[in-house]
Ligand binder design. Structure first.
Ligand code: PXP
Length: 255
């Protein structure tokens, strides 16, 4: 058994909505997936309401807030429109991410340094409303220190580069990226930040991330929803939980 607290698993349900929206109808319903996931074994649900509403829609957020019995993590760009919606929906948490219209998925972390003056009052308003704010950033010292200075209690480390290197069999680069994530998590932990991680994770990469002692939560979507096509959502979640627990059992506190 690890001496460390267990890792929470957050399921991102965006891509259930992607499949629904491909036909413009009402199914598959992302809220139904969220409820099954909660019943199975997740600690929270993440949904990203994008500016272009390509997957999650406004009424999905409202229904999630109404029906979920576990924390809702509202992923969003730091725009005035999204802030107004978040203050209405009042999710447990808001994860602020960069967003570009043309991107296939979130590319890179939030530019917390360049956007400091915009983000400072923005975060303060969400925090004052009782929402736990998380900043999706690269594992760079300066970005982590800036996130801390901005008053966010949580950061989510971007694991996309690591997962891409791993998927391409580039072991050297994957090791380098994993070390960068581990160092970033240690820096954040020293600052008192709660550390989450996510983007592009599968069973193998989630297991590796779970070995990093400061990480308290992994947010995973695309892989689990894809795997659900073959083995079902319940089984995909259970397998992911087992992978994370296996990694966590090997984790050791830093000396
Ligand atoms: N965390 C954040 C901040 C994200 O932007 C995403 C993608 O929406 C995820 C986690 C989940 O990534 P994936 O769908 O690749 O597992």
């Amino acid at each position: 058994m690890s001496l460390l607290p267990p890792i929470r698993l957050g399921l991102n349900i965006d891509h259930v909505a992607t499949i629904r929206n491909a036909r413009g109808g009402n199914y598959p319903d992302p809220v139904r997936a969220a409820l099954i996931a909660v019943e199975t074994d997740v600690d929270g649900i993440t949904a990203h309401l994008r500016e272009d509403r390509r997957h999650i829609r406004d009424d999905d957020m409202a229904r999630l807030k109404l029906e979920l019995t576990k924390p809702l993590n509202f992923e969003m760009a730091a725009t005035q429109e999204m802030k107004a919606i978040a203050l209405r929906v009042r999710p447990h948490a808001c994860c602020l991410v960069p967003e570009k219209r043309q991107e296939r998925t979130t590319e890179g972390g939030l530019d917390v340094i360049g956007q400091h003056n915009h983000l400072k009052p923005y975060i303060a308003e969400l925090v004052a409303a009782g929402i736990r704010v998380s900043l999706f950033i690269e594992p760079d010292r300066k970005a982590i220190e800036t996130a801390h200075a901005l008053g966010a209690p949580v950061i989510e480390l971007h694991t996309g580069t690591y997962c891409e290197a791993f998927a391409h069999g580039d072991h050297h680069r994957a090791e380098e990226e994993l070390a960068r994530l581990s160092t970033g998590a240690a820096i954040a932990g020293d600052l008192g930040l709660e550390v989450h991680a996510g983007h592009g994770l599968d069973f193998a990469t989630a297991e590796k991330l779970a070995e990093i002692p400061e990480i308290r939560e992994l947010n995973i979507g695309h892989f689990i929803i894809g795997e659900a096509i073959f083995i079902g959502l319940t089984q995909a979640i259970k397998q992911m939980r087992a992978a994370i627990d296996a990694g966590r059992a090997r984790a050791r506190p830093r000396s």
